[in-house]
Each structure stands twice: as structure tokens, then as C-alpha cells.
Design a binder for this molecule. Structure first.
Ligand code: G6P
Length: 479
């Protein structure tokens, strides 16, 4: 018999926005939404009796009800309403001013405030209470990401036998970093995560770090991938997330994408085109990327006027000080670089601060000669996988930071250390001059990897392992 599935994440896949006097909505951005959404819209369509996506809509109940036609054929939205101040402390505060910087190895950016932690717990409790009124013990609940670390534990207290999965979309740091969090918060966070039956991470390193923290903080030994806590088996697993390979690969031949590609190819004329796209985030290494590009132009003056870098930065979390500061630094650096190497007729950087449509995104992925992706730390990095998938023509070069989770799988990329501007410069040059045969060989190897491990196989593996844990628990405690 098919079960009901509840996906829980901070953000709903749609964001409500004000347009003039009225409200409208757009698709939310970020890896979590696009990956899980893609699975639910395709292969996951038939796997469950009913599907729900639970999250904060970013507006009041009144506004939510006033926006027409926001239904989705694949799943129902379940909005969780939270008052503005609490949401601010939970989202901008604890989630994005403590966990995000710390888990991405920026401890000096972390802001430790009890009021943030209190709001964080309050929002997680609001989710748990709302879920308690609709859940049945045989439903499947899949909780996503760092905003909801305590939630599995809160639900477990109410539903001892519920199937609960948790997946972390960002890195899990080593114990040496995790331990800087006040002890009582550490324990709440880990206990919360351990409320799940299956806890998934992108890489084996993140899983190992988590197991190590559990061992050190609770003195619980693990047996391979399994932990026994309160007489309940819990599995910890490395399950690297994938993308909707088919959609990105087929997009190469979409009429609208072809039009966009032609537009960008006209724009670049006979120059080489480098492309990158990220949310504005200090973890993404945008500033370092500019330094690497600057170094490349410095070392190779013959390329000035023969190469153009299309840099797209998508607005994100702009009410947080550190994000606004980075924007200023990036804007200034681009102005400076363009003034040093450009003139009225030609600029070495074309900069867009805004959202891209799908057609524009794939148009740029497929028009460029080189994708330059240089995060200082990234849980996975789906942009790199999307770029690879779109290149049906088997051309293009990927320069990728070894600090991205994706670097484990995409080892045919030109890997760089994002703090080494000279290495970035050298790899840009090598990439721009790479022979077509080598491009093809590398792209094909990476396409095979990205196709085989797409988002559907990721989600199916996750559900398979959840069932496996439940079976083991059933054998431990027969009814
Ligand atoms: C990352 C996180 C997601 C988040 C996304 C966008 O990918 O792992 O949970 O949704 O960034 O960030 P935002 O703060 O806009 O939701």
C-alpha cells in the first residue's frame, strides 16, 4: 500500500513577492528546491499516495490566501506561518549567522546569541506542532537542511514509530569546529538529528565528522554506519545529491535555449567566454574568482580583449551584514578590473546581479568555453553538475574548486584550490587552450557520472535505505 510523503524544508518551493499593489509568486532558488522538486515532478510522481511540501511561505496567512493559482499538480503546499521577529532570529540569526558560517568553516563570522537559538527552537517546535495535527504513524517524513536540525527529535517524541529521514544539504564540519558551539546547543542539535531513522550527507567526510561528534559528545560508539541510541538503530549515510540530468541534457535543443545561446554567441563575437553563476554568498568564493581572473589577465596580456567573463550573481540573504559587505567588495573589484583592462568598446567582465531564467541559464552554460566555479566551501555545488549535463555538444571546460562536495565525483574537472590565484590563472589558461578531444574525453566521463547518479537515483537510494533501517528496527523489536 502506498504511503503519504511529507517533505519538510525551511522554504517552500515558491516565494511570494509583492508586485505593485498585488502579490505574486516565483520559483524559489537553491539546490535543495530544484533537486527535490525535480524528483517529485518526475520519477517520484507515482511512488506515494499523496505528497505534501511543508515550509515557511515568507508572507502572512492573509497574503498567502490572496495569491491565486499557486497549486502544483504534484504535491500540496502546507504553509507554516511564523511571526516576523521570530523568523528573523531563526533564519537570519541562528540558521544563517551561526550554523551556515560555522558549518562552512567561517567560524569568525558566527554570531552566538541565546535569542537566536530560542527562536530557532521555537520555529522547529511550530513545525512539529503543525505536523502533529496531520501526521499518521505510517507516513514518511523527509526533513531537509540546517534550518530544521532539531525537528526529527521533536517529531520522534510524538511519534515513536514514524519513518523519518533527514538530509543535510551543506557540509557537516569536523568536531574541532562543531565543539565551538555552546555545549547545550550542540546536544540539542545532535539529539534532534538523531531523532531520524536515516541521516544523509553529501560526502563520506561529512558522515564521518557527524559520527565523530556523536561519539565525542554523547559517548556513543558507532558500528559502521549504524548508531544505537535509546535502543533504536539509526543509519548515517553518504548520499551525494544529483540533478535532473535528462532535463538539463535535453534543454540543449529547446527552441528558447537555442535562441538565447545564439544571442550570447553573438555577444561574445570571436572572444572566449567564461561563465559563472552563484547566489551572492561569501562561501562561493566570488572575490577569489575575480582575483584568479585578474591574475590570469596579468600573466597573459595577449588575452586582454580576447576573453570575456560573464559573471552572474543571484541576490541572496541581503539583509545579513556579511552578505551586503561582500556585494560591495565584489562590485568595487569588478569596476576596478574593468577600468584597468577595458575600454568603451570592450569590458573583460560582464556582470549581472539578478535572477536568470532557465533558458538564459542553459543558454549561458552552453555558449561558454569555460565554467569557473570556485567556492571556498560548498556542501555539493549543483551548478557544476548542471553545466556538465547541458553540454550535449561535448565541449566546454569545467574549472572547479576542490572545496566543493562535487569535486569528489567530478574529478575530470580542472580542480583548483580557491585560495591559490596563480593556480586559478594557470587552469583558466590551460582550459581555454584545451584541445577539443581532451574536452570531449573529460566531459563524457563526467556526464556518465552525473547521469548515473542523478536526482532520481539519489532520492530512490534515500527511500530504499530508510526502508532498510525500518526493517532492521522491526527485527530488533518485533511487534
Ligand atoms: C542552500 C541551502 C538551501 C537554501 C538555498 C538558498 O542551497 O542548502 O537550504 O534554500 O541555499 O538559500 P535561501 O536562504 O535563499 O533559502
Amino acid at each position: 500500500m502506498q504511503k503519504r510523503l511529507y517533505i519538510l524544508s525551511n522554504r517552500l518551493p515558491l516565494t511570494i513577492e509583492k508586485e505593485g499593489a498585488a502579490y505574486t509568486y516565483r520559483q524559489s532558488s537553491g539546490g535543495l528546491i530544484s533537486a527535490v522538486g525535480a524528483y517529485l515532478n518526475k520519477e517520484g510522481k507515482e511512488d506515494f499516495a499523496e505528497k505534501y511540501w511543508v515550509g515557511v511561505p515568507g508572507c502572512t496567512e492573509k497574503v498567502w490566501n490572496s495569491v491565486p493559482d499557486k497549486e502544483n499538480g504534484d504535491y500540496k503546499y502546507v504553509p507554516v506561518f511564523v511571526n516576523n521577529k521570530t523568523y528573523d532570529y531563526y533564519y537570519n540569526g541562528f540558521s544563517n549567522s551561526l550554523i551556515w558560517p560555522l558549518f562552512h568553516y567561517f567560524p569568525s563570522y558566527a554570531d552566538y546569541r541565546q535569542s537566536y537559538f530560542d527562536a530557532y527552537l521555537e520555529v522547529n517546535r511550530t513545525f512539529a506542532e503543525q505536523m502533529a495535527s496531520v501526521l499518521k504513524e505510517d507516513d514518511i517524513v523527509w526533513i531537509h537542511d540546517y534550518h530544521l536540525l532539531p525537528l526529527a527529535g521533536l517529531l520522534r517524541n510524538k511519534f515513536p514509530n514514524l519513518t523519518i529521514g533527514f538530509f543535510l544539504h551543506i557540509p557537516f564540519p569536523s568536531f574541532e569546529l562543531f565543539r565551538v558551539i555552546p555545549k547545550r546547543w550542540q546536544r540539542e542539535i545532535l539529539s534532534g538529528m538523531l531523532g531520524a531513522d536515516l541521516i544523509g550527507f553529501h560526502t563520506a567526510d561529512y558522515s564521518r565528522h557527524f559520527l565523530n561528534c556523536v561519539e565525542k559528545i554523547f559517548d556513543i560508539q558507532h558500528d559502521g554506519d549504524f548508531i544505537l541510541r535509546d535502543n533504536r538503530k539509526i543509519k548515517v549515510s553518504a548520499l551525494p545529491i544529483g540533478i535532473d540530468y535528462e532535463m538539463f541534457n535535453n534543454a540543449y535543443n529547446d527552441i528558447e535555449v537555442i535562441k538565447k545561446r545564439a544571442e550570447y554567441l553573438r555577444l561574445k563575437q570571436d572572444k572566449k567566454l567564461i561563465f559563472s553563476v552563484d547566489r551572492l554568498d561569501y562561501t562561493k568564493g566570488i572575490y577569489n574568482r575575480l582575483k584568479g581572473y585578474d591574475q590570469f589577465l596579468k600573466q597573459n596580456p595577449e588575452y586582454v580583449g580576447k576573453v570575456v567573463f560573464a559573471l552572474v550573481v543571484v541576490p541572496s540573504r541581503d539583509t545579513i551584514g556579511k552578505y551586503a559587505e561582500k556585494k560591495k567588495d565584489i562590485d568595487e573589484y569588478i569596476g576596478d578590473l574593468n577600468s584597468r583592462y577595458g575600454d568603451i568598446g570592450s569590458q573583460p567582465i560582464l556582470y549581472q546581479y539578478g535572477h536568470l531564467s532557465f533558458d538564459e541559464l542553459v543558454g549561458l552554460y552552453t555558449a561558454c568555453d569555460l565554467a569557473l566555479i570556485t567556492p571556498l566551501r560548498d556542501g555539493m555545488n549543483l551548478v557544476s553538475k548542471e553545466f556538465i549535463a547541458t553540454r550535449k555538444d561535448k565541449h566546454g571546460v569545467l574549472v572547479l574548486s576542490e572545496m566543493a562536495g562535487a569535486a569528489h565525483e567530478l574529478n575530470n574537472a580542472l580542480l583548483i584550490n580557491p585560495n591559490d590565484y596563480y593556480e586559478i590563472a594557470d587552469k583558466i589558461k590551460y582550459g581555454l587552450e584545451m584541445k577539443p578531444e581532451e574536452q570531449e574525453r573529460r566531459i563524457m566521463a563526467m556526464q556518465k557520472q552525473v547521469e548515473e547518479n542523478d536526482v532520481n537515483s539519489w532520492a530512490k537510494q534515500f527511500f530504499y535505505q530508510m526502508k532498510e533501517v525500518k526493517d532492521i528496527q522491526g527485527r530488533l523489536h518485533p511487534k
